[in-house]
Design a protein around this ligand. Structure first.
Ligand SMILES: Cc1ncc(C[n+]2csc(CCOP(=O)(O)OP(=O)(O)O)c2C)c(N)n1
Length: 260
């Protein structure tokens, strides 16, 4: 498995070279994506269109730099492409565009839509008796979107147990804390009331992530992953300021020096 350090360095370099992007919510996703693409998902990077592959819907599409780094390191496309983030025609759009890059299962970016798309994918797969599963990563601020809860209510009703939702619970949204803008707790209680099994984990601890994913359930599973926005870069951690801002040259250097 590629190390989280490599992914974090990619993210920082990519966003610096693009001059724009979302470091905070990309850095919080690293260990979750590493687990999915190396340990959890049944995939074949040489055959990205394989019909029975597991799917990932990155509903918080602004975390694209983390996903692009993981896809490249997993072998879907050359790592040389990573420095073309947000460059016209590169395929590494600011938000995932599935027709532009191998390995993307869904185009996202408009928050609130991913879980509904994941529900449709999971339903289609089970109708044609595919063993494939669908994973959907949601932001915690994103949970303020009403459409998420319509999907959360529909999925247990459709008996879709081939779906796992993961909430990147980093407590910060675009410009302030989720608690200040519109509190979403009690989160575990809410998901349970909607018919889901809830597992919680430290979203930066690989063993704890693995434990949460292996929860046995006859219901759809949601994992509430406790994460840190900007994880791994001291001056970015817990800071809404770094939601959507590129590090300049000096900041990039400082951030890279902190990576072990
Ligand atoms: C429908 C919609 N409204 C607004 C935005 C702009 N936007 C992009 S990211 C973001 C904050 C998301 O916060 P959260 O889900 O907590 O993501 P994270 O902190 O993990 O980056 C907003 C409001 C959007 N992409 N889509």
């Amino acid at each position: 498995m590629t190390s989280s350090r490599v992914i974090r360095e990619d993210i920082l370099r990519m966003i610096h070279s693009a001059g724009s992007g979302h470091p905070g919510g990309s850095l919080s996703l690293v260990e979750i994506l590493l687990h999915l693409y190396w340990n959890e998902m049944n995939i074949d990077p040489d055959n990205p269109g394989w019909e029975d592959r597991d799917r990932l819907v990155l509903s918080k599409g602004h975390g694209a730099p983390a996903l692009y780094s993981v896809l490249a390191r997993r072998g879907y496309f050359s790592t040389d492409k990573l420095d073309s983030l947000r460059k016209y025609g590169s395929g590494l759009e600011g938000h995932p565009h599935m027709q532009s890059l191998p390995g993307l299962d869904c185009s996202t970016g408009s928050l609130g839509q991913g879980l509904g798309i994941a529900a449709g994918l999971a339903l289609g797969l089970s109708i044609r008796k595919s063993p494939a599963r669908v994973f959907c990563i949601l932001g915690d601020g994103e949970l303020q979107e009403g459409s998420i809860w319509e999907s959360a209510m529909s999925i247990p009703n459709l008996m879709q147990t081939n779906i796992t939702a993961i909430v990147d619970r980093n407590h910060i949204q675009l410009d302030d804390s989720v608690d200040k803008i519109m509190p979403i707790e009690p989160l575990a209680y809410k998901w349970r009331a909607f018919g889901w099994t809830v597992a919680e984990c430290d979203g930066h601890d690989p063993a704890d992530i693995e434990r949460a994913f292996s929860t046995v359930t006859g219901k759809p599973l949601v994992i509430l992953a406790k994460t840190i926005k900007g994880k791994g870069v001291s001056f970015m951690e817990h800071k809404a300021l770094w939601h959507g801002r590129a590090p300049d040259g000096d900041q990039l250097q400082e951030a890279l020096e902190e990576q072990e």
